[in-house]
Design a protein around this ligand. Structure first.
Ligand SMILES: [Zn+2]
Length: 253
């Protein structure tokens, strides 16, 4: 056997192993039989001292409402509570995760990005301790008022995601909405808003029984509360969000 054949065989072998592990992990996590483990890795998005200060003041408790939200929402669908959701604030990572390539999205660019994110996760988090753990890289920015952050992205059923968040105390509740949204992507949920950022009816609407407009809550994967067909507002926090029927089905509730 030539060296080249050996190398290709080795690459194929690694690919099979990686896909196998990912598939197994996602099956185990998505059957909701054991407590779900989520590790939040903060990253300084603009390298400023203010963001460093904000990150070092973060506490595990800042994220606990995500676990409470999942517990109360899952009960509505499953009739009983799930094993606890453990959200752990992990160590700060000094390198930025790969950003999604600019320009038109193709399957090729998506695959390339997902491989580079997997590689980033492999290089910056402990391998054995991360098995079956959902890893979220939360990139904090000082941000400018009115200027939206880069779009957060999670790997569909890949248990890894990148969240862009504001390094501001008054933004903590909304950051938890974005983190939960990405967490649900990592568990297999799809977006429920259209190209104009408007929630899609019916799956992106929290209340499908009453009048369609205005809504008072946001479906977590729609990300916004539909006020009129053209206007939607961002929820203040998870207390204004629900998990809709389609998302519940996608994450296996
Ligand atoms: Zn999304």
């Amino acid at each position: 056997m030539s060296f080249r054949t050996l190398r290709i065989l080795f690459l194929l072998f690694s690919l099979v192993i990686i896909s196998g592990i990912t598939y197994w992990e996602s099956m185990v996590v998505r059957n909701w039989h054991r407590p779900m483990e989520v590790a939040i890795y903060p990253v300084n998005g603009d390298g400023s001292g203010e963001v460093d200060k904000y990150i070092s003041a973060l506490k595990q408790d800042d994220f606990s409402e995500i676990g409470l939200f999942i517990a109360s929402q899952s009960e509505r669908y499953r009739g009983k509570s799930l094993p606890a959701v453990n959200i752990r604030l992990a160590e700060t990572i000094r390198t930025l995760p790969p950003s999604f390539p600019e320009g038109p999205r193709s399957t090729f660019s998506a695959v390339k990005w997902s491989l580079s994110l997997r590689r980033f996760a492999f290089e910056h988090t402990p391998f054995w301790r991360s098995l079956g753990v959902i890893r979220l890289f939360v990139v904090y920015h000082l941000g400018e008022d009115g200027v939206p952050l880069q779009h957060s992205l999670g790997l569909h059923k890949g248990l890894v995601g990148v969240v862009h968040a504001f390094a501001l105390d008054r933004q903590k509740a909304q950051n938890n909405v974005v983190i939960t949204h990405e967490l649900f992507h990592a568990l297999g949920a799809s977006d429920k808003y259209d190209t104009a950022n408007q929630p899609i009816y019916p799956e992106g609407f929290a209340d499908r029984e009453g009048p369609r407009y205005p809504q008072h809550m946001a479906e977590i994967m729609a990300g916004r509360i539909a006020i009129t067909p053209e206007v939607a507002r961002i929820p203040a926090g998870l207390e204004e969000c629900v998990v809709g029927y389609k998302t519940a089905w996608e994450i296996n509730w």
